[in-house]
Design a protein around this ligand. Sequence first.
Ligand SMILES: Nc1ncnc2c1ncn2[C@@H]1O[C@H](COP(=O)(O)OP(=O)(O)O)[C@@H](O)[C@H]1O
Ligand SMILES: [Mg+2]
Length: 258
Amino acid sequence: MTQVNSEIIRAENIVMKFGALTALRGVSLDLKRGEILGILGDNGAGKSTLMKIITGFQAPTEGQLFIDGQAVQLRSVDHARSLGIECVYQDLALANGLSIFHNMFLNREIVYPGPFRLLNNRAMRRRTQELLDEIGVHVPSVDLPVERLSGGQRQAIAVARAVNSNARVLLLDEPLAAMGAREAGLIIDLILRLKAKGSLSIIMIMHNYAQTLEIADRIMLMQRGAVTYENHAAATSVPELMEIVRREYRSMRNPASA
Ligand SMILES: Nc1ncnc2c1ncn2[C@@H]1O[C@H](COP(=O)(O)OP(=O)(O)O)[C@@H](O)[C@H]1O
Ligand SMILES: [Mg+2]
């Protein structure tokens, strides 16, 4: 258990400028092993920009990222992936026409030995079924094309695929967006099961305060490119979060009364 509290990711004073626009104004964050960090905030607050920096998609204008305590300059998404950081994107990167099991092994196909790289569908099918059973995701058949699944099931497959790639850190950008309560519940349960299994660390961008408090160990609120609130989920409440956002909104509407 000595690993539980050790830090897997630290971001220090991240600044991100896009020309004249400053999307992040010195954001710091840390994530411990086995921890779920929920990030909340309005549209345009800089949440996705921060995720894209941690996933190696773009380099920050200023600031430093540490992984396992080591300073790193991520060169690409593949570089981050090689360090165990996997992002499940908002617009899921699944191939809709392909089967669940093909998606699970997309770009990592199991092939027969030999020069022709023939797909070993049998092995991929079996491994996919095992993996989904292991994490409690139920689909009628792993042969189904992904386009036949519901939004929640597709998200579950995308998460399962990331887990299958031996990710240590999962970044989820609004995984529950556009989902009804039942579908969202499916993903929340999946994430709680993954957390219970051990050392996976997760950063989730969320919309719904109640869902965030249910699932996250710690929450962070971002407003206009800065972190304005951070606390343990157990030490905060939905009304408290709403009050912070309400105050911010009032001061924007009417700066004099703030
Ligand atoms: N590649 C980009 N080029 C220019 N501006 C960008 C780019 N990416 C994000 N932005 C801007 O940065 C700000 C933060 O965006 P984003 O991180 O997507 O916010 P959030 O995910 O919190 O809604 C927004 O004003 C957005 O328009
Ligand atoms: Mg976003």
